[in-house]
Ligand binder design. Structure first.
Ligand code: PG9
Length: 628
């Protein structure tokens, strides 16, 4: 017997075969405390950029906070499908949306909902970009449109974002729109060759190829890299060189990969994109808070170097600010209570930072008559003592221009470390075998384990210390605290039996044999600052040259910024090795023109010698300052 349908209040009965996906679906939002506006904002070349605004209902005279992203504007503007603005925005947006800020998220040109061509970290108009548009003009045109077409705004705009969006935030500072009143580039990609994302001192960070796959094989989100083995150590080793690894996944079709491969040295392609150097040539017009992470596994270079490059222009020390937390990459925007097993923070220091520093900074500059914020020129977390510190400048000790000079910590015979110049045996040696490179984390190297990647910069280095191809120097236990505040400088005197070579140097805090209050830290070798240097660039980053086999060479390079107290009872350790795999592509140890194409026969074992003798006294110059 046929059922008589009950009529719904919406009208006539719905025939059974009515398609169940309506042509349009409009969510009822009358009860929402905000309005979500989706707009296509025209740029000067006619291209329209997809932009989503969260506008709290009833606001007037409201500041706008803008993020320009290649990662889909829909994600941060729809964290929860919620009637509450504070829940709809990204985690970091909560206090801003709750306080009546208008939040704008925009897809950069060519990605997700935006029109136009995507060019990886599109360079500024000039020698590398012959179009009329770049991220500086796109930010300008967007701000122009926003202040003219958002009736609720007070006409004051801030830019914010981390990593790639940190880069777009920094780009907005070049010939900025007059309505741009504050910028917060977080972990910004500033120089892709020197230390952010692609290379570090010329060594190619090949694990970033997974990002190429996800980002540049499709306009939206691309797939993961195809993998044979679960362990990426195996996958990269089997492929040989980084070009062949990329090609196997089809990445040779991606122009950005070809451009990188075609420019392995620090030539005009990289120099003309180095944003710290570009910003140094422009006037400082917009109050800027550079935010970085002390344990940033992707962009550890950008914030500190951009701050450094622009600081000289800040005559009143009230325009250019630096903040560094003990966080992972982009950790500032999430909860950060603990980094791996090693660092237990005194609470959620990222949320605390957003509440006590970030919000007051933006309120001051973006609100109408915003209250003056009590923010130090430099806010930095101190590891070892686990305290936030406020300083007028950064670094506190350096090679030139600081009140405090660097103090060399020498490698000593017997695998010791000490502040006295060394006496005795001249060198230590190991054999570096490209067939068995030193892993950067204990195997398996798993791309499907985000925490392995996020926290590897604080991972226990005992797995490396025990290898025969890693030299491990260690001090006596300290009797008083030793504080370093700045960038340690490596001064390595070393030879190789090959004609090219990588040098990885790690500064490590060795915890006491037993830490009764936290057994997991017993004997833990906690990295404080680590870096790689590709030997062919020892005389010039632009023009590489073969290393003369068996001849002592000087390798001088900075480690990333550290603000750390080595506590009494702890020991200082320095490790030296010649591979860091598969994070960095292997140096074949035989000089070839372009390591991306190194043939199998070029990969040869080499005997590496590290010297600690008069005239060749290897050291790490430490930015030692009196302990707080
Ligand atoms: N580190 C990522 C990135 C920045 C810039 C270019 C390419 C990648 C990121 O997290 O956005």
């Amino acid at each position: 017997q046929a059922q008589t349908p009950t009529q719904t209040p919406t009208g006539a009965p719905t025939p059974p075969m009515t398609p169940d996906i309506p042509a349009t679906f409009a969510a009822p939002t009358q009860h929402y405390d905000y309005e979500k506006r989706t707009v296509m904002i025209p740029m000067r070349d006619g291209v329209k950029l997809h932009t989503i605004l969260l506008v709290p209902k009833g606001v007037k005279d409201a500041p706008i906070l803008l993020t320009r992203t290649p990662y889909n504007a829909k994600t941060p503007s729809g964290r929860f499908n919620s009637p509450y603005a504070a829940a709809a925005g990204a985690q970091m947006d909560e206090p801003f949306l709750a306080d009546g800020y208008i939040r704008a998220y925009q897809d950069v040109r060519g990605k997700y909902g935006s029109e136009g061509d995507y060019v990886l970290t599109r360079p500024l108009r000039g020698p590398l970009n012959d179009t009329p548009v770049d991220h500086a003009t796109d930010a300008y045109d967007t701000i122009e449109w926003l202040v003219k077409n958002t009736p609720e705004t007070n006409g004051r705009v801030g830019v914010i974002g981390s990593s790639y969006p940190g880069f777009t935030s920094a780009m907005a500072l070049i010939d900025p729109h007059p309505a741009l009143k504050a910028a917060v580039p977080q972990s910004p990609m500033i120089d892709g060759w020197m230390g952010d994302d692609w290379f570090q001192n010329g060594a190619f960070r090949q694990t970033m190829l997974a990002w190429f796959m996800r980002q540049m094989t499709e306009k939206g989100a691309g797939p993961d890299l195809p993998r044979d083995a679960l362990d990426d150590y195996e996958n990269y080793l089997r492929a040989g060189n980084a070009w062949d690894f990329g090609r196997r996944a089809g990445l040779d079709q991606i122009p950005a990969f070809r451009k990188i491969v075609e420019h392995p040295a620090y030539d005009a392609f990289w120099q003309n994109q180095a944003l710290d150097k570009i910003l140094a040539r422009h006037p400082l017009k917009v109050p800027t808070l550079w935010v970085g992470s002390l344990f940033d596994q992707e962009d550890i270079y950008g914030a500190v170097h951009a701050y450094r490059a622009t600081e000289a222009k800040d005559a009143g020390n009230d325009m250019n600010f630096l903040a560094l937390g003990a966080w992972r990459h982009s950790g500032v925007n999430y909860e950060q209570r603990q980094l791996g097993a090693a660092i237990k923070l005194p609470g959620d220091t990222a949320t605390e930072f957003r509440r006590k520093v970030l919000k007051p900074f933006l309120d001051q500059h973006l609100k109408t008559n915003g209250p003056k914020a009590d923010i130090a020129p430099v806010t930095i977390f101190e590891t070892g003592s686990m305290e936030w510190r406020r300083y007028d400048r950064w670094p506190l000790a350096c090679e030139r221009g600081c009140a405090t000079q660097m103090r060399p910590l020498y490698l000593q015979p017997g695998l010791k470390l000490g502040f006295e110049p060394p006496k005795g045996a001249a060198y230590d040696e190991y054999v570096s075998d490209p067939a068995k490179p030193v892993p950067f984390v204990p195997q398996p190297v798993r791309a499907d384990d985000p925490d392995q990647w996020r926290y590897w910069l604080v991972s226990d280095q005992r797995h490396a210390a025990s290898r025969p191809d890693v030299l491990t120097y260690v001090s006596e236990p300290l009797t008083t605290p030793l504080q370093i505040s700045g960038e340690p400088i490596v001064n390595l005197f070393a030879s190789t039996s090959g004609t090219d070579s990588d040098w990885v140097v790690k500064l490590i805090d060795v915890h006491p044999d037993v830490v009764p209050s936290d057994l997991a830290l017993s004997g833990y070798q906690m990295p404080i600052a680590m870096e790689i240097f590709r030997g062919r660039y020892r005389n010039s980053f632009e023009t590489p040259s073969p290393v003369p086999a068996g001849k002592v060479q000087t390798y001088r390079f900075e480690l990333p910024t550290a603000n750390h107290v080595f506590q009494p009872g702890h020991r200082i350790m320095v490790q030296v090795q010649s591979s860091w795999f598969p994070l960095y592509d292997r140096n074949p140890q035989t000089y070839v023109e372009n390591i991306f194409f190194a043939p199998p026969a070029a990969y040869r074992k080499a005997t590496q010698r590290v010297f600690h003798t008069r005239g060749a006294a290897s050291s790490i110059e430490l930015p030692v300052v009196p302990a707080n």
